[in-house]
Design a protein around this ligand. Structure first.
Ligand code: SAM
Length: 402
């Protein structure tokens, strides 16, 4: 099977995939009171303590939407409202489509903000939550109900990549601005893997799982349309900085095609962008990691970097905030999270390749929050030493917005 099908199975298999079996996104019972913390040390200790408090047997991860609540959602709400201003519709409304909303924290914070600050817009807002996980949708439903927003939130149990909301006419409210939103979703979308030969040839990678459970890679001349489409927007690697494919089969193959170089290609993100293009939103807001520590090429210390290589890790069996990172993505099903850094330059190139697209902007997280939060909010996010997690944590996260 193609690498993306393998990764999808490892993560999303209904019975034994990582998301079905193990993961939850930790929800804070109350927002962190940043102003009561002494400084960076106390902030980090606080986040660490959250990992310790995991539900029994569950791994959980803390996203900026949760840790930096409510400021993160407030900034995104203001960014969404700009789309409405652009439409110049007076008292229009918003249709927000959030892909992969996790606990529903962002949805709750955004709708709370609209209700408090721009009631006329809130009254004409509808919110669509599209999530591949039924369990996560359950949490989103609960959040909407707890916040008193149930009458305007619609829940769709579907992969966003195949969601048929446009076909069903769900988004065509006259005079409304449509905003599509996804935070920390691209990182879990599957990638494919290619290997370049020294002669410029390119091979797609397939994973073979033997009945014994042993897994290895096989290489075929690239032919998958999605992989080819992705590659059209990726620079070809310089083969001087060559590495060998990591598997046994790959090493054999590399003898025939010396100085091969590997790369992961974001086929899941391409499917995501194609789904967004169907919706043709007035604004698209994506946030994700532009770089990650402990990717498989860094852990294997092979010396050469593999573009878009994933992190493959599980929480430390001894508990706490520690994690164990692997040097390969060929891991047993259900135990490991597999997530990828996002190549924002590639996203821009794919987006710009379509005619009549609104020009996208890429901002790192502190710049995004500085732009959309009020000075008062920025002050509320500051600890007593002056350290401000809104501006000084998650420095490897960027926003893409049209
Ligand atoms: C890491 S969580 C991020 C949650 C939330 N956006 C946040 O920032 O806290 C990823 C979420 O995306 C969902 N998800 C993953 N792949 C998806 C897909 N193809 N379509 C829709 N939702 C997806 C997961 O179920 C989960 O709710």
């Amino acid at each position: 099977m193609l690498v993306r099908d393998f990764v999808n199975r490892q993560l999303y298999d209904k019975a034994a995939g990582y998301f079905a079996a193990r993961v939850g996104i930790h929800r804070l019972s109350a927002p962190i009171d940043f102003q009561s913390l002494r400084g960076q040390y106390e902030y980090l200790a606080r986040v660490d303590a959250l990992y310790e408090a995991n539900e029994a047997g569950q791994e959980s991860w803390h996203t900026p939407a949760e840790i930096l609540r409510p400021f993160y959602g407030r900034a995104i709400a203001r960014c969404a409202l700009e789309a409405l201003d652009r439409k110049d519709l007076g008292v229009g409304g918003l249709t927000i489509v959030e892909a992969g909303g996790g606990n529903g924290t962002l949805m709750r914070t955004i709708l709370d903000h609209l209700r408090e600050d721009t009631e006329a817009v809130y009254d004409r807002t509808s919110y669509h939550c599209v999530d591949i996980s039924d369990a996560m949708l359950g949490r989103q439903r609960q959040q909407a109900s707890d916040g008193g927003h149930s009458d305007r939130v619609h829940f769709h149990h579907s992969s966003f990549l195949t969601w048929d909301g446009v076909k069903r006419g769900l988004l065509k409210q006259p005079g409304q601005a449509v905003v599509v939103l996804a935070t920390e979703v691209l990182d879990n979308l599957a990638h494919d893997k290619v290997v370049y030969g020294q002669d410029g040839s390119c091979f797609e990678t397939r994973v073979r799982v033997e009945p014994s459970g042993h897994m290895h890679e096989e290489f075929l001349p690239v032919q998958d349309p999605l992989v080819l489409d992705c590659l059209a927007h990726m620079p070809r690697p310089t083969l001087a900085a060559a590495s060998s494919p990591s598997s046994w089969f790959g090493r054999l193959f590399a003898r025939a095609v010396p100085a091969a170089k590997e790369a992961f290609v974001p086929t899941g993100a391409l499917q995501f962008l194609r789904a967004v293009q169907q919706i043709a939103p007035d604004r698209l807001i994506l946030a994700d990691f532009h770089s990650l520590p402990d990717t498989i090429d860094q852990v294997s210390r092979s010396g050469s970097r593999v573009p878009n290589a994933p992190v493959v890790q599980r929480r430390s069996p001894s508990g706490g905030s520690g994690s164990v990172a692997c040097s390969t993505y060929l891991v047993p099903m259900g135990h490991y999270d597999i997530f990828f850094p996002t190549d924002f330059g590639w996203l821009q190139r794919v987006h710009n390749a379509r005619p009549h697209q609104l020009a996208p902007q890429v901002l790192n997280q502190p710049d995004f929050l500085r732009r959309f939060l009020s000075p008062q909010d920025l002050l509320l996010g500051q600890t007593r030493s002056g350290f401000n997690p809104l501006l000084e944590d998650y420095l490897n996260v960027s926003f893409f917005m049209t």
